[in-house]
Design a protein around this ligand. Structure first.
Ligand SMILES: CC(C)(COP(=O)(O)OP(=O)(O)OC[C@H]1O[C@@H](n2cnc3c(N)ncnc32)[C@H](O)[C@@H]1OP(=O)(O)O)[C@@H](O)C(=O)NCCC(=O)NCCS
Length: 166
């Protein structure tokens, strides 16, 4: 298990801004980091041309909102919401080396409330989390999501009530 930096919790508020083209490289590096990859449905390493194509498409898509968390003037993580027929699905990735300090929880709380005010009325926002990813389960729980189901490998969490103010 990764070391938990409980002594080094974040002390300042995190800012959130929409992702832009010049975040492409950072997001690529975070996505391919082994600590991140093992937690995603597709844990394969992504090649740069595929990432460029994917990220450019996602930035342009009306149904997708991507935000970057900024902590102490540096990028600290990404959160992405994709509209589905039933509501929205959320995916989060904290910058490698920044985990275990409260960043993930702040990203989910702030990201969810920003998304809900950007994208309209409250709809179910769902997260699919690997059963062994305790940090993610805890971060979503602390942000107002509750476990509503499961399949073989993942738990399904859903936002029951709007997240508390970050
Ligand atoms: C999962 C992730 C978003 C969590 O963000 P984080 O900044 O590391 O988490 P936080 O510091 O906000 O901690 C949230 C809670 O998880 C707990 N936690 C953190 N690391 C943990 C670990 N390795 N094992 C168990 N619990 C852990 C914290 O103690 C805290 O709970 P507490 O307040 O009860 O003590 C982040 O680690 C990440 O991006 N991981 C890689 C990609 C990923 O897993 N994305 C989610 C896919 S669904």
């Amino acid at each position: 298990m990764r070391k938990r930096h409980t002594m080094n919790q974040v002390t300042e508020p995190m800012l959130l801004r929409p992702a832009e083209k010049n975040d492409m490289r950072a997001v690529f590096e975070w996505r391919n980091h082994p600590d991140s990859r093992k937690n995603f449905g597709n844990s394969e390493e992504i090649d740069w041309p595929s990432h460029q194509k994917w990220f450019t498409k996602k930035l342009a898509e009306e149904s997708t909102r991507i935000y970057i968390g900024i902590y102490k003037d540096d990028r600290a993580g990404i959160i992405r919401f994709e509209k589905t027929e039933k509501g929205a699905e959320v995916s989060v990735n904290v910058r490698p080396g920044y985990s275990g300090r409260g960043i993930g929880t702040m990203l989910i709380r702030k990201g969810t409330s920003t998304y809900l005010s950007d994208a309209g009325p409250l709809k179910p926002v769902v997260a699919r989390i690997n059963k062994d990813n305790h940090a993610s389960q805890r971060s979503f729980e602390k942000s107002g999501y509750v476990k509503v189901g499961e399949d073989k490998n993942q738990y399904i969490y859903s936002l029951e009530k709007p997240a508390k103010k970050p």
